[in-house]
Write a protein that binds this ligand. Structure first.
Ligand code: AMP
Ligand code: MG
Length: 341
């Protein structure tokens, strides 16, 4: 299949109309959002949803997020919207927050990996919102990458993975958040954070009071353990190189690399720390800005592959605020391998 490449300068552009047209006829289109690029298709059509899984090579038990353009469009997708869910939507939508509730009958089973719940989000990106609005339907849209690879934060990243496998790619420039949405489940007795992102635990607590943080956010799940968020059990966000997270000062980090270095090593450090490193490096944002790290982390992981890196020594990110999202992605890219230096 040839993939149409559509450059969108804004919500009124021709690219938006064309993308909506392809989506209405059952096609799948990569679209920009504020988190990462999403691979969109009609969420209410099982055949379209299957095409999304196939193009990504995504395991069928890993459910998709449904994207809407207006809060009113949420109602038909779920059994009911509890008060606290509406409070979250009013505070954080449109924005990088996904809310899980019990699903209604219109949601095809294919989309929710056999669960009785559905994840919904309303993106703030103007181009994404215009495409959803113009297509006139809720859009299922997982990250537009090959399953397991670092998520795409530019149209080029999408093309690397999915060119020839999907109907079109809309290029709307770089993503402003850069990591996937925060996912919270309100389907159980207590609010449970399943994936950290741009909306922080602190921000959620301001609306919900206490929340539980699923242990999968910090730790690897055992082989036989049932994942609350099925996406968390898979190896994720990983470059082909083997990644290690080094915990300790910048000085000890440099020494460790120097003392252990081999051909094919790459340092994944914060911007400005490149000096005096004994191996090639890639930077992933400023040390004191988790927001900056979030915008650069996936591009940095892809660059490592382009450089043919074999081993990667990464600086350890802070886990406060948006940093918890960066830390969670890094842990998975490193398959939980931490070295104390
Ligand atoms: P992606 O769209 O690729 O960013 O991945 C969506 C994430 O949301 C994955 O980690 C899924 O496992 C998770 N997710 C989606 N729907 C549900 C659901 N109904 N229950 C639990 N987790 C979900
Ligand atoms: Mg993904």
């Amino acid at each position: 299949m040839t993939t149409e490449f559509l450059r969108a300068d804004g919500p009124d552009s021709e690219a938006v109309s064309r993308a909506a047209e392809i989506l209405r006829s059952g096609g799948i289109v990569a679209i920009p959002t504020e988190t990462v690029y999403g691979l969109a298709g009609n969420a209410l059509d099982a055949e379209t949803v299957k095409k999304i899984y196939r193009a990504k090579g995504r395991p069928s038990d890993n459910p998709l997020i449904v994207h809407i353009a207006k809060i009113q469009d949420w109602r038909p997708l779920v059994e009911e919207i509890p008060e606290r869910a509406m409070a979250l939507a009013e505070r954080f939508w449109p924005g990088p927050l996904t809310v899980i509730l019990k699903k209604s009958a219109v949601i095809p089973d294919e989309i929710c990996g056999g669960l009785d719940t559905v994840a919904v989000r309303m993106p703030s990106d103007k181009i994404a919102a215009a495409i959803i609005e113009k297509s006139g339907m809720p859009l299922a849209a997982p990250s537009a990458n090959t399953s397991g690879r670092p998520s795409p934060t530019s149209a080029r990243h999408v093309a690397e993975d999915l060119s020839g496998k999907i109907d079109a790619i809309v290029d709307g420039g770089a993503c402003s958040v850069g990591i996937e949405s925060t996912v919270i489940s309100l389907a159980g007795d207590r609010p449970r954070l399943l994936r950290p992102g741009g909306i922080t635990p602190q921000m959620l607590r301001e609306v919900l009071g206490e929340i539980e943080i699923d242990h999968g956010v910090f730790a690897s799940l055992a082989e036989d353990e049932k994942a609350a968020s099925p996406g968390m059990k898979y190896k994720h966000y990983a470059p082909s190189a083997e990644v290690f997270l080094l915990r300790g000062s910048l000085e000890r980090y440099r020494e460790y690399i120097r003392d252990n270095q081999r051909e094919g090593d790459i340092a994944l450090c914060f911007t400005g720390e490149e000096k005096e490193l004994s191996v090639p490096y890639v930077t992933y944002g400023k040390k004191d800005s988790p927001e900056d790290q979030a915008r650069h982390i996936f591009d940095a992981l892809r660059k490592i592959d382009e450089m043919g890196g074999k081993r990667v020594f990464a600086r350890f990110p802070e886990s406060e605020g948006v940093g918890l999202g960066v830390y969670n992605r890094m842990l998975r890219a490193a398959a939980f391998k931490i070295i104390e230096v």
